[in-house]
Design a protein around this ligand. Structure first.
Ligand code: ADP
Ligand code: MG
Length: 255
């Protein structure tokens, strides 16, 4: 049984079909890449999967496959173990790196978020647990985040912002991580380092679905690649099978 099974997902915006009978399985422990020209429905797929957009039809099963995820609220989906980053997400700018990560982890604890953050009576233990967990997540990024953990998020470099976004998604302890264009704006050395971090995350047992334009990144990281165009899956296979497939070349030339 696949960890994630997406079947015939369709999402329309007025006359436009952003996702058209899109199906995809992700096995436990896999890293799957999603490529496709701009506007091909990649982000919409993540938005539907994470409960931000309502699908018009289709089914999504996850983990024990006990229920169709479509129709659940975003926080319920996160609670089941699907975490995501956003293409243009901003962290809470005036909160520190550490606090941003503590917020990401709050749904794991029983104390309310604000009581945990602001040390209301009875919440101290949970606060310490959140902090310890945030630091475990930061450790995946070497000293990059740890060395700036008390700094407000707005002071971070671009690359550290992207790291924080991924760390924040990770802090919810998902079994599947959805990452949308993580290397946008990064230089090649930073992209390579990020690929290694995602590999390390994967080694800890987290499956990853990653949308990315950087083909080297996809090539180095993904055991399987799915190419989309016009909301549909046009080709699926290894990087070598997909990258130079005539349908993929046509999709990119046509845009
Ligand atoms: P990608 O991430 O592959 O670049 P998107 O999923 O963002 O593509 O967009 C797919 C199509 O759906 C595009 O034509 C886009 O304009 C449209 N679309 C996405 N989100 C919305 C929205 N909230 N309202 C209307 N149209 C949307
Ligand atoms: Mg997108």
């Amino acid at each position: 049984m696949a960890l994630l099974s997406v079947q015939f997902l369709t999402k329309r915006f007025d006359g436009l079909i952003a996702l058209n009978d899109f199906s995809l399985d992700v096995e436990e422990g896999e890293i799957v890449g999603i490529i496709g020209p701009n506007g091909s429905g990649k982000t919409t797929f993540f938005n539907v999967l994470s409960g931000m957009y309502k699908a018009d039809s289709g089914e999504v099963f996850f983990d024990d496959h006990s229920q169709n995820l479509l129709g659940l609220k975003t926080h319920q989906i996160i609670g089941l173990g699907i975490a995501r980053t956003f293409q243009n997400q901003r962290p809470f700018n005036n909160l520190s790196v550490l606090e941003n990560l503590m917020i990401g982890g709050h749904c794991r604890t029983r104390a309310g978020l604000f009581s945990a953050l602001f040390s209301l009576p009875g919440a101290r233990k949970e606060r310490e647990q959140l902090k310890a967990h945030a630091r475990e997540v930061m450790a995946l990024f070497g000293t990059r985040l740890r060395s700036v953990e008390m700094n407000p998020a707005w002071t971070l470099s671009y690359a550290n912002r992207r790291r924080l976004e991924i760390a924040r998604a990770l802090s919810s302890d998902g079994k599947l991580l959805l990452i949308d264009e993580p290397t946008a704006g990064m230089n090649p050395a930073e992209s390579l380092q990020l690929a290694q971090t995602i590999q390390a995350i994967n080694t800890k047992g987290v499956a990853v679905l990653v949308i990315e334009h950087d083909m080297n990144f996809i090539k180095n990281l993904c055991s399987r690649v799915v190419a989309m165009d016009y909301g549909q899956k046009i080709v699926e296979g290894t990087y070598a099978e997909v990258r130079h497939h005539p349908k993929v070349i046509e999709a990119y030339l046509g845009c």
